[in-house]
Design a protein around this ligand. Structure first.
Ligand code: CU
Length: 115
């Protein structure tokens, strides 16, 4: 329950393509993973708490759509998904999380560092 990278560095306004691959073997309903980059001002702990209820939208609540810079699909074992997005023009540290219930809390998180 962790990302292979906990830091991703990029330039402001850079186009990034990030691929998440779930290398686990447990079924998606019990051990799915996603990759969600949060916009400034959205507290990761608040987000994942709300996200835990959003099973129908793959643990990404619709109300947060405008507070998310990028997100992959929820992936089962062996699946992968690539998300392409432009980094913010403002430098800063942008948290990313897996929003599957409980994963953020045990460390499935990291930071996109734009500088
Ligand atoms: Cu996860």
């Amino acid at each position: 329950m962790k990302f292979s990278l906990t830091e991703i560095r990029a330039k402001p306004g850079e186009t990034l393509s990030i691929t998440l691959k779930n290398v686990g073997t447990m079924p998606k309903f019990s051990m799915g993973h996603n990759f969600v980059v949060l916009a400034p001002g959205l507290d990761p702990a608040t987000f994942v708490n709300d996200a835990a209820q959003a099973v129908k939208t793959d643990y990404v609540p619709a109300k947060y759509k405008s507070h998310i810079l990028a997100s992959t699909k929820l992936l089962g074992p062996g699946e992968s998904d690539t998300v392409t997005f432009k980094t913010p023009v403002r430098s800063g540290r942008y948290p990313f999380v897996c929003s599957f219930p409980g994963h953020f809390q045990v460390g499935m998180k990291g930071e996109l560092i734009v500088e």
